[in-house]
Design a binder for this molecule. Structure first.
Ligand SMILES: *Cc1c(COP(=O)(O)O)cnc(C)c1O
Length: 434
């Protein structure tokens, strides 16, 4: 498959080049030149297939030209070592629980896939060390660090905003050691993201080091997220009539997750429409209302993995719809919620349905509860386990939240991080001295 840049100024790339470079030379995001529809026969019987079987069919459409079938199958099966169950919450709304992986958040899927794919390229090419730079507002860092932990030939640098990440999240990427280094940046998530982007653009650095990104801008992290939309549909289909219309709601920050779902729709997945749920960082919501995209500095909210002021995958959404605001609005609507509304939703759903939402999933649930039409049923992506936001959720409910054993294990480790300023010159010096 050939990948082009959304800015269309950089040369086209192979899969390997797109994965290793992360971002195109013109600062655009890589897009596959074609999105292959899957045959009707696949959709007719999808409910009979396992998650791994479904995911392999989807992976084959994207990566089959570039990776031998056995290798691709191993990568997919090894990545998906956990289930993504669809759990009913209320009469017409179900939760796609994406938190059963190693770090209890959806980013495990993309991170594990990317680590395995990059590991394959490094082995095949006999490359020397590749350095992965990743900016995180919380969950990306833990998913990427754990996905890449111990993968030979790769060192990961996690940049996170000082004091803006919960203790549980922090522990998941600051305690690992080995090939994982945590850099604690004196700034916001947007500062971290800007440092990473500048590093990729810096000629001197790139001559010196082999750098790549594991943010959702990387095609190897972003495309595999399509897998669970297909599996969600398979599960939904088992209990719904052919006349029902499925609406999928995605709590969104950098918009990588929802964009993978939009790719699924382009491949023929019968999703009636999507809803992008925002917290107060509602740049996309405003775009839908006005047709004008105006990024602005992010503000801190209790759904902090969605505190993004300039969603990087917006460029992909725009590209996918040929820049047409009208076409985008036909497939996607928006919602935006304050901290208070998020808290109310967590309280109410716990009270009415005994289902514990995390602050991100709460935005997703609420947008469906408010937005479903009479002939529609909905599912939202529950993007993280509520215990990852223990203090917030306990503060809202006034009850203790149980911490799963997987999370408790991380809490035992000792935090190790390197302080970093938000100025690129300092970050560059650090990297040059490695
Ligand atoms: C990353 C993240 C999001 C936002 O996903 P995007 O792909 O950046 O839109 C939502 N919820 C949680 C818990 C996350 O970690």
């Amino acid at each position: 498959m050939i990948y082009y840049s959304t800015n269309r100024q950089a040369p086209e790339a192979t899969l390997e080049e797109a994965v290793v470079k992360g971002l195109a030379a013109d600062k655009g995001l890589f897009m596959p030149r074609s999105i292959k529809p899957l045959p009707q026969e696949f959709y007719d019987h999808i409910e009979e297939l396992s998650f791994q079987e479904i995911a392999y069919r989807v992976a084959d459409a994207f990566f089959g030209e570039d990776i031998p079938a056995d290798t691709l199958k191993d990568i997919v099966y090894d990545t998906l070592s956990f289930d993504v169950p669809l759990v009913p919450v209320s009469e017409r709304i179900a939760s796609l629980e994406l938190f059963h992986g190693p770090t209890l958040a959806f980013k495990d899927v993309g991170a594990r896939f990317m680590a395995r794919l990059l590991g394959y390229f490094i082995r095949r090419e006999g490359k020397k060390q590749v350095n992965v730079l990743v900016a995180t507002s919380g969950d990306t860092g833990s998913a990427v660090a754990n996905g890449f932990l111990g993968v030979e030939g790769i060192h990961v640098y996690v940049l996170f905003p000082k004091g803006k990440v919960s203790e549980i999240q922090e522990k998941q990427f600051t305690t690992l050691g080995r090939n994982i280094t945590a850099l604690e940046v004196d700034g916001t998530f947007d500062d971290c993201q800007a440092l990473v982007k500048s590093a990729f653009m810096d000629a001197e650095l790139n001559a010196h080091l082999s750098l790549t990104s594991a943010n959702s801008i990387n095609v190897a992290r972003f495309l595999p997220q399509a897998f669970y939309y297909f599996y969600a549909y398979a599960q939904w289909k088992r209990t719904h009539a052919a006349t029902d219309r499925l609406v999928i709601c995605v709590p969104s920050g950098n918009f990588g997750n929802i964009t993978a779902g939009l790719f699924g729709k382009r491949m023929g997945l019968p999703v009636h429409r999507f809803i992008a749920a925002n917290n107060r960082n509602d740049i996309f919501y405003q775009y839908l209302q006005t047709g004008v995209y105006s990024p602005r500095p992010s503000v801190a909210t209790i759904a902090n993995a969605m505190d993004v002021g300039d969603p990087s995958n917006f460029a992909r959404v725009l590209d996918l719809y040929g820049g047409s605001h009208e076409a985008i609005c036909a497939d996607i609507s928006g919602a935006t919620y304050s901290n208070e509304q998020i808290a109310d939703t967590i309280r109410q759903v716990w009270h009415d349905h005994r289902y514990l939402l995390d602050p991100h999933g709460a935005c997703g649930y609420r947008a469906l509860a408010e937005g479903l039409q009479a002939d529609e049923t909905g599912l939202f992506l529950e993007t993280a386990h509520p215990a990852k936001f223990k203090d917030t959720v306990e503060g809202i409910l006034g009850e203790a939240v149980e911490i799963p054993a997987k999370l408790q294990a991380f809490m035992q480790g000792e935090k190790q991080s390197i302080p970093m300023s938000r100025h690129f010159a300092d970050f560059k010096n650090y990297l040059l001295q490695l």
